[in-house]
Each structure stands twice: as C-alpha cells, then as structure tokens.
Write a protein that binds this ligand. Structure first.
Ligand SMILES: NC(=O)c1ccc[n+]([C@@H]2O[C@H](COP(=O)([O-])OP(=O)(O)OC[C@H]3O[C@@H](n4cnc5c(N)ncnc54)[C@H](O)[C@@H]3O)[C@@H](O)[C@H]2O)c1
Length: 248
C-alpha cells in the first residue's frame, strides 16, 4: 500500500535520535522518503551504515553521527555543529529489564540519562534554531508500558511517565513561537530488540489484548510521526498520540 507524501516535509532538516535500529530506522527511512534532510544519531555504527546503504536512492542521503546521548556535552556539541533544524524526534531509549533489587543510585542515573534526560537537552539545543526558522516540531517517544504497569521496567516507566510531563510543559513554553511538541505512545511494536523478550506464544498474548489482531510494525509508528511532523499536523501539540492497535 503506498504511503502518504507530505509536501511540507521536503527539504526539512530533521534529527532522529536512536535512528539506527527498530522504530528509529523506520523513522529515518520515512523522513528520507519524504525528501527531508535526515540526520540520525545512535551508538550502533554497523546498523547505521547498513541503514544508509539501504537508502541509497533517497533524494537526500541520510547522515549518521555516532553520539552517546548520555553525554550531555556531546549532545550540546552535536546540535551546535548541526546548525538550525526544523524537526526533532526524541526516539532513543533502552528498556533493559530490572527489579527493585537491581536499582542503585548509579543505575537510576544511567537509566534516567538514557531514557529521559537527553530529550530535554536535545529540545533545549534545537528550539532556538526552530524559532529562528519560524517554527518546528518536537516529537517525544513515550510508552504504553507505564500505563499498563508492566513488571521489571520501573526506571524505564518512571522516565516514560516523565516524558509526558515534559511534552505538556515544553508545548506550553514553545507554542507561542510555533514550535509544536507531541508525544507518541506506542503499544507493543515488533522490532528486532523486542523479539528478544517474546516467544510466539507471547506474541499471541499481545495480539489477544489488542482490538486489532495484527502486530504493530515500526513503519506504522513512523507514519504517525510523519503526520505529526508535517504541516498537516499543524494544530497538534501538547498531547499524547497513541498507536497501540487498541490495547485494552
Ligand atoms: N518497540 C516497542 O514495542 C515500544 C513500545 C513502547 C515504546 N517504545 C518507544 O519507542 C522508541 C523506539 O523504540 P524501539 O523499540 O525502536 O527501541 P530500540 O531499543 O529497538 O531502539 C532504540 C534505539 O536507541 C538507541 N540508543 C540506545 N541508547 C542510546 C544512547 N545512549 N545514545 C544513542 N542512542 C541510543 C539504540 O541503539 C537503538 O538504535 C523508544 O523510545 C521506546 O521506548 C517502543
């Protein structure tokens, strides 16, 4: 089925965090297909190289920068070197499982750094350039997990709950300058990494909880992000946009 093309995305400067794999890779492919100048950061260099090779026919070839988002000085330097952008997709995260017993102050700092902190500092670095270009869009990735209260993900769920507050607050602060801030809440999306946690029986259980009886794929999520980033989504800000196939 052909996907929508949004004329307003052509030539836009986009940064996708965590773009080398999973949903991020579908976001990079999606923005590249729209003719956007797509820049992505990640720590997975071989995956990034493969992704770029697979997008060789894009009007503007996507560019990759190795960046560990836990390093805030490196985040600041990256955005300064990048210059003004129009769209920021705060996608990177890490849903490593842990129990209460595993949590130490250092592990707290690390998990909040990888799942929450960089989103604020990336937005802070990108916002002035967006304002200078007349507006922009920041899309944060939340998660259904904490709404469901899933087990063994306490720090991830704390971070994901915080991202919704971050979205509301930044949307209020940046709205007068025409910068929109939204939050995508995916349900269970079938990525390579997710398949580490799920057996075929587990996948059946996921589908059983959904109203729609099909697995959500990364490209489904990318379609929503493209709409929110485009001018077609121009009156969308400050809220959550769920893509969970109707999880009960
Ligand atoms: N897949 C799902 O079912 C699901 C469900 C709910 C929410 N989400 C959210 O959607 C987003 C994408 O999910 P995904 O499943 O593709 O995740 P993923 O773990 O497969 O990919 C995340 C990407 O972020 C990168 N990353 C991790 N730590 C990094 C760091 N320190 N610096 C730079 N990059 C780093 C990873 O290398 C990876 O490429 C995440 O925010 C996730 O929390 C996913």
């Amino acid at each position: 089925m052909p996907s929508a093309i949004y004329p307003s995305l052509a030539g836009k400067r986009v940064v996708v965090t965590g773009g080398a794999s999973g949903i991020g890779a579908a976001l990079v492919a999606g923005f590249a297909r729209q003719g956007a100048e797509t820049i992505f950061v990640d720590i997975l260099d071989p995956e990034a190289k493969d992704l770029i090779a697979g997008l060789a026919d894009a009007a503007i070839a996507p560019k990759f920068h190795h960046l560990d988002l836990r390093d805030l000085k490196a985040v600041e330097d990256f955005f300064r070197a990048m210059g003004p952008i129009d769209i920021l997709v705060n996608n990177a995260a890490s849903d490593d499982r842990h129990t209460l017993e595993d949590i130490t102050p250092d592990y707290w700092d690390d998990r909040i750094a990888v799942n929450l902190r960089h989103m604020l500092f990336a937005a802070k670095a990108a916002a002035p350039g967006m304002i200078g270009r007349g507006g922009g869009a920041i899309i944060n990735f939340g998660s259904l997990s904490w709404h469901l209260g899933l087990a063994d993900l306490t720090l991830y769920e704390i971070a994901k709950a915080g991202i919704e507050g971050l979205t509301r607050s930044l949307a209020r602060e940046l709205g007068p300058d025409n910068v929109r801030v939204t939050c995508i809440i995916p349900g269970n999306v079938k990525t390579e990494r997710q398949m580490r946690w799920y057996t075929p029986e587990g996948e059946k259980e996921i589908v059983a909880q959904q109203a729609l009886k099909t697995r959500i794929l990364p490209e489904h999520v990318a379609s929503l992000a493209l709409f929110l980033a485009s001018d077609d989504g121009r009156m969308c800000t400050s809220h959550n946009y769920w893509i969970d196939a109707g999880w009960r």
